[in-house]
Ligand binder design. Structure first.
Ligand SMILES: *[C@@H]1O[C@H](CO)[C@@H](O)[C@H](O)[C@H]1NC(C)=O
Ligand SMILES: *[C@@H]1O[C@H](CO)[C@@H](O)[C@H](O)[C@H]1NC(C)=O
Ligand SMILES: *[C@@H]1O[C@H](CO)[C@@H](O)[C@H](O)[C@H]1NC(C)=O
Length: 431
């Protein structure tokens, strides 16, 4: 029988408090770190550091990271949506508050839910940064205010979420969320980027009966959803690994919408690096279809799962990526659009490029049945609004309009895409 949950929590907190006095490197009131000074607060084992990481020239992220590996992988950050300029300061003030200010003294960040004033702070070997009162009771912890990452012993409680970074190099809040709400439901969602005041569409459900209480990341490497009595309702991620082989592990909702469990191996193989142990959903490209929004990739792009099981965003022929530093930014039509002037339809200036098993499911504005491929192409060619014709064996024909959304390339699509392009290019020079 499982221990009643509150007893478990009580015992757990007790252990935390009693072990605390011996293992903390106390950060005392009045201590501070300055962005650009390379000073750090370290956990007792030096496994984790708290301090400023430079993200781009003169812009710093106040963060926690794995300190003993060359990657210095970030596990938490305070000011992801407002980077701190050089000279910014994080201070545990003499009156017991943690605060990040820019060089002019303007507040950039502080903990959302600090219960009472702190008497000290500490970076723990779990990767948790805590504020404690004079009785060593935790009054705030970074584990309760996660960004995109969970560490072993860190749980995600009702009303909290992970929000993916915008790109692999831009840590600001992005387009995907892993959420456990107060109703007890747990799912992966798209956000209504760049606002985060409501969630957009669900693309992977873990619990929809309202029984979810907490997502628990155990030291053995499993990420489970438990109910109020601590009983496991569902595996969020499975595939446990032998503890002997693990130096570090983390679960992260990555910028491409995939929740991944990474392991850093213990043995010193030459290619020692993070590797993916498990992930969800299986195929992000087919999982996401947004009623509004572009889908996994940007508008006019399509998503294809690579051999590495990661999504690739690809521009169709005649289209080019909007931002060359971000393949998920979407694609623009790289040729002058077809004239809609009835006197000069430019029909003869356009042709089609063919893509197998590609579709943009929600971008159609006309559908015809029992027609031939030739008829389908012709009806699109004659229509200046038609950007793509999709044909399915059996005679279905869809006209698609831009911006194309939710693009995917997968054998399950089972359709042919005819991409309308201008003959001999004639590229757009706006970009
Ligand atoms: C750390 O600070 C707490 C709270 O003020 C105190 O109880 C504890 O003795 C301090 N521990 C060390 C090792 O200084
Ligand atoms: C990261 O992306 C956001 C959203 O597009 C943007 O506002 C911000 O300026 C970017 N940050 C950096 C450091 O490029
Ligand atoms: C399409 O053709 C099939 C077979 O000839 C026929 O049964 C069906 O009614 C047709 N559908 C339409 C919409 O014309």
């Amino acid at each position: 029988m499982a221990l009643p949950y509150f007893i478990f929590v009580y015992l757990f907190n007790l252990c935390l408090v009693t072990s605390a006095q011996t293992t903390y490197n106390n950060i005392t009131l009045g201590s501070s770190l300055v962005a650009g000074d390379n000073s750090l607060w370290l956990s007792p084992s030096n496994d984790f550091a708290f301090g400023f990481q430079q993200i781009q020239s003169g812009s710093f992220l106040l963060a926690l990271w794995f300190n003993k590996i060359p990657e210095k992988t970030i596990t938490w950050s305070a000011n992801r949506d407002q980077l701190a300029p050089k000279g910014s300061k994080v201070e545990l003030t003499s009156d017991g508050n943690l605060i990040l200010t820019d060089p002019s003294g303007r507040e950039l960040w502080k903990p959302k839910q600090q219960q009472t004033v702190a008497a000290a702070a500490a970076v723990l070997d779990t990767g948790n940064f805590i504020l404690i009162d004079k009785n060593s009771v935790v009054v705030w912890q970074s584990f309760d205010e996660p960004t995109d990452t969970l560490l072993p012993t860190q749980n995600l409680n009702q009303g909290s979420q992970l929000i993916a970074s915008f790109t692999s190099k831009n840590y600001s809040s992005g387009r995907f969320s892993f959420d456990i709400n107060y109703n007890g439901n747990v799912a992966l969602y798209t956000t209504n980027f760049p606002l985060f005041n409501s969630l957009n569409s669900i693309y992977q459900t873990f619990e929809d009966q309202g029984l979810g209480y907490q997502v628990v990341f155990s030291k053995s490497g499993s990420l489970n959803l438990v109910d109020g009595s601590g009983d496991v309702l569902a595996d969020v991620l499975q595939n446990e690994v032998s503890h002997e082989e693990i130096q570090y592990q983390r679960v992260i909702l990555e910028y491409d919408g995939v929740l991944r469990h990474y392991i850093y191996p213990k043995n010193s193989s030459p290619s020692k690096n993070w590797f993916i142990n498990s992930f969800s959903p299986d195929n992000i490209c087919t999982a996401v279809t947004q009623q509004t929004g572009s889908g996994v990739c940007g508008f006019n792009s399509y998503c294809k799962l690579g051999n590495d099981m990661k999504p690739k965003c690809i521009c169709p022929p005649g289209y080019a990526v909007l931002d060359s530093t971000n393949e998920m930014s979407g694609c623009f039509q790289n040729f002058p659009a077809q004239s809609c002037n009835a006197a000069s339809t430019e029909k003869d200036k356009f042709d089609f490029k063919v893509l197998q098993d590609v579709d943009w499911p929600l971008s159609d504005y006309e559908h015809f049945e029992n027609v031939s491929i030739e008829w389908c192409k012709e009806v699109c060619l004659n229509d200046c609004f038609c950007a793509v014709a999709i044909y399915r064996n059996g005679g279905d024909c869809w006209k698609k309009k831009t911006p194309l959304s939710n693009g995917k390339n997968d054998s399950s699509v089972d359709r042919i895409a005819f991409i309308k392009t201008r003959i001999n290019g004639g590229s757009n020079h706006g970009h």
